[in-house]
Ligand binder design. Structure first.
Ligand SMILES: [Ca+2]
Ligand SMILES: [Ca+2]
Length: 332
């Protein structure tokens, strides 16, 4: 009897695992119970995010963004299904926002202090853009391509410190944004440093840098003054990236001109997680800003009004974050 039950459990487990597809989001619905939720506690059992010991937030490298009412969204949506519109007035209280995306060196310090393991490390894989791995690896992982976007491959051994697989490292890009971090990882990092993720409204108001209804943080013209203002894709997506802006992949977190609020790479470089859910009853989280993979022909989402989403446990090679903090008296 016990053997029969054990056999049934084993078979059920195998069937359930084989159903976990290679969509860009780790869809918890199609995979039954979220495996990360099960392992997360154990792996990070001793993790202490410091929340019990409130401390003054280090506002160095943060911009103070004063309370304002701004016009959020657009009435000229490029992706209607992303709910980019309609425009509406939103009032945002004064807050601080990191001047740049969280870098590898910052994330490494967090891991060294806490022993934290990211979800990509717990799952054992993450999504990587095909161009960054060899043809041999691509062939090996041909069954792990995202159905809707086959240039994304779910690859074993990919994590924040091994962004292109076990043999890769980050030693020459410590000042680049940390990638392969999930929303859950981002929340843990921000909490550790006494901060939090920005809301979508905070992020978008910050992106606009005080400009009214402009496409980009610097205005409406992509190549204003004949120069590049963000790390995006030049060429024919997804085959040819001419990298005319100087970067085929991520750029340092402080690169390209900052906007009027002193914020770097709000548009492009890596997507940035926000605090908000896509809808109240889902595990999908809003991300903003587009990435180095975005091209106008396919993913014109490096506009301030643009938005997209992933599940909270998804990680990828073009997705990072920055933190915000309340402008409370003890932070001033
Ligand atoms: Ca680029
Ligand atoms: Ca960015």
């Amino acid at each position: 009897m016990y053997l029969t039950i054990l056999f049934y459990i084993l078979i059920k487990t195998q069937v359930s695992n084989s159903n976990c597809g290679c969509q860009l989001s780790r869809e918890t619905d199609s995979c039954g119970d979220n495996p990360a939720a099960k392992y997360f506690k154990d792996v990070n059992e001793d993790f202490n995010d410091g929340a019990q010991t409130p401390h003054k937030v280090n506002i160095e490298d943060m911009a103070l963004i004063k309370r304002n009412t701004f016009t959020m969204g657009t009435d000229k949506p490029v992706f209607v299904s992303d709910y980019e519109g309609p425009v509406r007035n939103v009032t945002v209280a004064t807050f601080y926002l990191d001047a740049h995306e969280v870098s590898n060196i910052q994330f490494m310090e967090f891991v060294e202090q806490t022993g934290y393991k990211t979800e990509a490390e717990v799952f054992g894989d993450s999504f990587i853009f095909e161009m960054f791995i060899s043809k041999e690896e691509q062939e090996k992982h041909k069954d792990y391509r995202a159905v809707q976007a086959p240039w994304w491959i779910k690859m074993m051994g990919v994590s924040w410190k091994h962004p292109e697989g076990p043999l890769s490292d980050i030693k020459n890009r410590m000042d680049h944004p940390v990638i392969h971090v999930s929303w859950n990882d981002a929340v843990k990092y921000c909490s550790h440093v006494g901060k939090r993720l920005p809301t979508e409204a905070e992020w978008e108001m910050a992106c606009r840098g005080g400009l009214h209804q402009k496409l980009y943080p610097w205005g409406n013209k992509l190549m204003a003054k004949g120069q590049h203002w963000a790390n995006i894709w030049q060429g024919d997506f997804p085959q040819i990236n001419t990298a005319e802006d100087g970067y085929i992949s991520t750029s340092p977190v402080v690169s390209f001109p900052p906007n009027k609020f002193g914020l770097y790479n709000m548009a492009g470089n890596v997507w940035e997680w926000t605090q908000d859910s896509w809808a109240s009853d889902t595990d999908l989280k809003v991300k903003k800003g587009g990435s180095f993979l975005c091209h106008e022909s396919y993913c014109w989402r490096y506009r301030c009004a643009a938005r997209s989403h992933n599940t909270a446990d998804t990680s990828a090679s073009n997705l990072g974050f920055r933190c915000a903090a309340d402008a409370m008296k003890n932070n001033l």
